[in-house]
Design a protein around this ligand. Structure first.
Ligand SMILES: [Zn+2]
Ligand SMILES: [Zn+2]
Length: 265
C-alpha cells in the first residue's frame, strides 16, 4: 500500500512507498498493454499494476493530511535483452523515441489521471523510460513558469537553436545539471518532429560530453509546457516532481525504535 503524506510546514509531499528498488525492466515486465514500432522492433509498454490507483486525488485528515491515491505508472521498454543501447542511438532514433512518448502522453490524457507527468530514463540502466502520472495538486501561476523562466535566463544559458533552449535553472533541483525546453509554449502531447530532432541532437551532444551516470527526465505540470531535466546520477521520476519517496513506514519505524529504547538496554 502506497500513501502520499502532505507536510503542513513546507507544503511538500512525501510518498511512503513499498516499491522494490532496482531495474524496473527486470522487475515489472508482466503486464504488457501495448507495443509501438521502433527500429525494426517494438517499444513495449508495461503497466505497473500494483501501483495503479485510479481514485481521484483527495486529502484526508484535519492537521496531517494523507491520501492513498497514486495516479499511474508504466514503463516503455525498447528491447527485451536487458541491455543498454541508448548511447549508440542516432539523433533519428532519439527523435523517434520522443515522438513515441508524445503519442503515448496524448493517449493517456484521455483518462484524466492527473496533470503532472514525469518520464525518466537512467542512461546507465536498461533500455526503458519510467512514466508516472500524478493527480497531486500543483502551484498555479497566472503566467507559464517555463516561458517566464526562458525570459530570465540571463547568463545561465548553455545552448540555443530557433526551437529549443538549454540553461542552468535559477534554483536547480538536487543534482540537476541543466534544463532543456522549447522556445515556443509547447505541451509534450503536442511535440512535433522538427523540435524533437533539435532536442535529440542536443541529447546526443550531452551524452557524449557528460558522464554516463545521468538521468534524462521529461516533466510537465500545470501549465502544459514541458521541460527536460538532466540530472547527475539516477533520479526517480517522482523526485523530479519535488516529491520525496521513502521506502519505510514512519509507524513501523517508530515501533522498532521504541522497542530498542523502551527496555533501557
Ligand atoms: Zn534490467
Ligand atoms: Zn510556456
Amino acid at each position: 500500500m502506497e500513501e502520499f503524506r502532505w507536510d503542513p510546514v513546507d507544503l511538500g509531499f512525501t510518498l511512503i512507498s513499498d516499491e522494490k528498488s532496482g531495474c524496473k525492466e527486470c522487475t515489472y515486465t508482466q503486464n504488457e498493454i501495448k507495443s509501438m514500432e521502433f527500429k525494426k522492433g517494438y517499444v513495449k509498454i508495461y503497466e505497473l499494476k500494483d501501483r495503479v490507483q485510479p481514485s481521484k486525488y483527495e486529502l484526508d485528515g484535519k492537521f496531517f493530511k494523507r491520501s492513498n491515491a497514486h495516479g499511474y505508472e508504466e514503463i516503455l521498454v525498447e528491447n527485451d535483452k536487458h541491455s543498454q543501447s541508448f548511447n549508440s542511438y542516432t539523433a533519428d532514433d532519439i527523435e523517434k523515441l520522443l515522438m513515441l512518448i508524445s503519442e503515448r502522453t496524448r493517449e493517456l490524457e484521455k483518462y484524466g489521471l492527473g496533470e503532472n507527468i514525469s518520464i525518466s530514463r537512467y542512461l546507465n540502466g536498461h533500455d526503458y523510460w519510467d512514466l508516472v502520472l500524478l493527480p497531486i495538486p500543483r502551484h498555479r501561476a497566472e503566467k507559464c513558469f517555463v516561458c517566464e523562466g526562458l525570459n530570465y535566463v540571463g547568463n545561465r544559458g548553455v545552448y540555443k537553436t530557433g526551437n529549443i533552449a538549454a540553461y542552468v535553472p535559477f534554483s536547480p533541483k538536487k543534482n540537476e545539471l541543466m534544463r532543456i525546453t522549447t522556445v515556443k509554449h509547447t505541451a509534450i502531447e503536442g511535440l512535433d518532429n522538427v523540435v524533437a530532432f533539435d532536442i535529440a541532437n542536443l541529447i546526443i551532444k550531452i551524452i557524449k560530453k557528460i558522464p554516463k551516470n545521468a538521468t534524462i527526465n521529461i516533466k510537465q505540470s500545470g501549465t502544459d509546457h514541458f521541460e527536460i531535466n538532466i540530472f547527475a546520477g539516477e533520479t526517480d521520476p517522482i523526485d523530479s516532481l519535488g516529491i520525496t519517496r521513502l521506502n519505510y513506514s514512519p509507524e513501523e519505524t517508530a515501533g522498532k525504535i521504541s522497542e530498542k529504547l523502551g527496555d533501557g538496554k
